[in-house]
Design a binder for this molecule. Structure first.
Ligand code: HPA
Length: 273
């Protein structure tokens, strides 16, 4: 595994004048506009990076952007990999590990999620403060390269308290406090959405939102010792009484409606780093 990771990192370094990002950012479904806030210095297609998986989902671009956001050096993964696409958990986590080899010191993640908490509204942002992994595996299964991290990493605080505080302060300052929530994200394999009974179950076990991504990358990041901030855009409401068939176009529309707020929030957090 280390050989594959090193080859990918070496290719990126060779094609970016050895750019050293401080912050890694993963852009989720329909949330690509954040990329417009990056003064791009180097742009690399995933297809050109040795051993990198290829994005199969239309709403994910499949590009690595290296440059500056609010003056800070960032590496933006425009497009992520999901287990439901058929990738192994190792592949889903690979970009995070490669960014760590490039030098990032923290990871910011966004995603689209269904809202389970009855207080949530469509297009709210939810700062993830804990998660429940319901994916059928995780990227740490298998031989453990000690140079990546410990065999048994701690998960007491998967989401960084300092970054959460910065995000909440930024939401306040931007006048977004009313639409910025905090909660527990449950990660399911998908690609089908949930049955009504499954939504009730997810709420019962303590989740505020549900989605098909993020947790594998967060587990890999915590294994690497990276502090993580993760934000969900609530794209549909799944609380009893709100349930209706999910229309993908509605999910993209909700993500689009929240995008300016998400972009402003992430930019403000990055600016303050
Ligand atoms: N369930 C799972 N994933 C999702 C949902 C949902 O309701 N909405 C957006 N991603």
């Amino acid at each position: 595994m280390m050989q594959d990771l090193r080859a990918a990192a070496a290719y990126i370094q060779a094609h970016s004048n050895s750019f050293q990002p401080d912050t890694g950012i993963i852009l989720g479904t329909g949330l690509g506009a954040l990329a417009r806030e990056v003064e791009v210095e180097h742009e690399i297609n995933y297809a050109d990076i040795p051993n990198f998986p290829l994005s199969t989902v239309e709403s994910h671009a499949g590009r690595l952007l290296l440059g500056r956001m609010a003056g800070k050096k960032v590496a933006v993964l425009q497009g992520r990999f999901h287990y439901y696409e058929g990738y192994s958990m190792q592949q889903v986590a690979m970009p995070v590990r490669v960014l760590k080899l490039l030098g990032i010191g923290r990871l910011l993640v966004s995603n689209a999620a269904g809202g389970l908490n009855p207080d949530f509204n469509i297009a709210d942002l939810m700062l993830i403060d804990d998660h429940i992994n319901l994916q059928p595996g995780n990227p740490l299964i298998g031989p453990n390269p000690d140079e990546l991290g410990p065999r048994f990493p701690d998960m007491f605080a998967p989401y960084d308290a300092d970054l959460l505080a910065r995000a909440e302060a930024a939401a306040q300052a931007l006048g977004q406090a009313g639409t910025t929530r905090r909660g527990v994200y449950a990660s399911v394999p998908g690609p089908m959405l949930e049955t009504p009974a499954e939504y009730r179950y997810l709420r019962t076990i303590g989740a505020d939102a549900v989605g098909m991504s993020t947790v594998p990358e967060v587990i890999a990041a915590r294994h690497l010792g990276l502090p993580v901030l993760a934000v969900s855009v609530i794209t549909d409401l799944c609380a009893p009484g709100h349930l209706k068939p999910v229309v993908l176009a509605d999910i993209f529309a909700a993500a689009g409606a929240a995008e300016p707020r998400l972009t402003a929030l992430i930019k403000a957090v990055v600016e303050g780093l």
